[in-house]
Every structure is written in C-alpha cells, then in structure tokens.
Write a protein that binds this ligand. Sequence first.
Ligand SMILES: C[S@@+](CC[C@H](N)C(=O)[O-])C[C@H]1O[C@@H](n2cnc3c(N)ncnc32)[C@H](O)[C@@H]1O
Length: 203
Amino acid sequence: MGLYSRYVRPRLLDATLGEKATGAIRDRVCAGLTGDVLEIGYGSGRNLPHLPPAVTGVWAVEPSTGALRLAAGRRDSAAVPVTVAAADARDLPFPDDRFDSALCTWVLCGVPDAHLALAEVARVLKPGAALHLVEHGLSPDAGVAGWQRRSNRLNLAIAGCRLDTDVAHLLAASPLTVSALDTYYEPGSPRPAGFMYEGRATA
Ligand SMILES: C[S@@+](CC[C@H](N)C(=O)[O-])C[C@H]1O[C@@H](n2cnc3c(N)ncnc32)[C@H](O)[C@@H]1O
C-alpha cells in the first residue's frame, strides 16, 4: 500500500465526509439500529456519535490502518464498546446469525466484488435483522452516468472508489430483501458523486 492510500486518502475521506456534509444523513441512516451492530467500512468512526441508545456495541470492520488511526479518538469517546477488526467485508471473521443490525455508509463503491460483502452481511445478520445503508452510485440520468463512467478512473485513484456502482442492482442480487430505498441527489454535491441510495435491507 502506497503512502497516498495509507496516509493521505484516509484524511481526505474523513474531511470530505465530515459532520457538516453528512451529519443529517448519518442521523437518518443510524436511526433504528439496535443491539450488537456490525459496521463494515467503519473508516474514521464518523457514525459513532450518531448511534441511538438501543445500540449495545459496535463490531467495526476496516482494512485501512490510516482510517483506524483517525478513528481512535471517536472510539475512546463512544457511548458503547467498539471492537475493531482489521478485516475485509468480503470475508467477515464472525459466525452466522451474530448481529442484531448492520451499518454501511459510503463503502460498497470501493469494494471490488461488493456482492461478496453483501452476502457476508446477510450471513452474519440474524434472520429478519436489517442492514442500514447509504451509498453514492449510478445516476439514472444518462448525462450524469456518462460523467460517472468517464471520471471513474480518476476517482478511483483519488478517493479509491467508483462513481457508477449500481447499488439497487447489487441489493436486488444479494440475499438481502430491500425494505426501503430512497434515491436522491445530495444538495451541494457535484451530481456525478452525489446520487445517493439510502435505505434498509433485511436478512
Ligand atoms: C468512503 S470511506 C467511508 C467511511 C465511513 N463508512 C464513513 O461513513 O465515514 C469507505 C471506507 O471503506 C473501507 N473499505 C474499502 N474496502 C473495504 C473492504 N473490502 N472491506 C471493508 N472496508 C472497506 C475503506 O478503507 C474506507 O475506510
């Protein structure tokens, strides 16, 4: 792993996904999480202050040591215990039916073969438990989707993720059942990076 992805990218993502830009979305997505929560792509721990009181603990899966360094302060001041696994969402180190809820915010865009991660989430969730998610992804507007395709390579180099992930298709093809999925352009974001998929899917 190069110096850029180790040190610079985690700081860039932490700043881009800061409280001012994402706090209201995080509040909505975290609402209703309960019990032991699996968070994949935990990053710098920015969801921790948004967890509702019904959460009893977080099992945080994050392969980036740079992101985990940035998360240390938030982990120390979290209201619940946070157990970190420096693992890959496509191969979760947990038994079947382990978690009461799962959380995933702006992660699937950067996971090659993201369907493997969703299959793993489905495996470790208790039957009927929900994955709460928000992702940016493929726009339904041909002009915007064209810009997403053309910008993918640059965005992968800088932010480590694709702009045109078809989140609805990924969820539909997964073992999870979508119970709610809103799509919208996030005001203030450039449209190629700002088409959001926000919702819930149950195991
Ligand atoms: C854009 S950041 C979002 C971080 C955090 N979820 C948030 O909302 O601030 C995406 C995170 O997913 C992590 N990630 C990338 N590939 C992953 C994988 N295969 N398994 C788990 N996490 C992964 C990255 O290291 C990064 O920290």
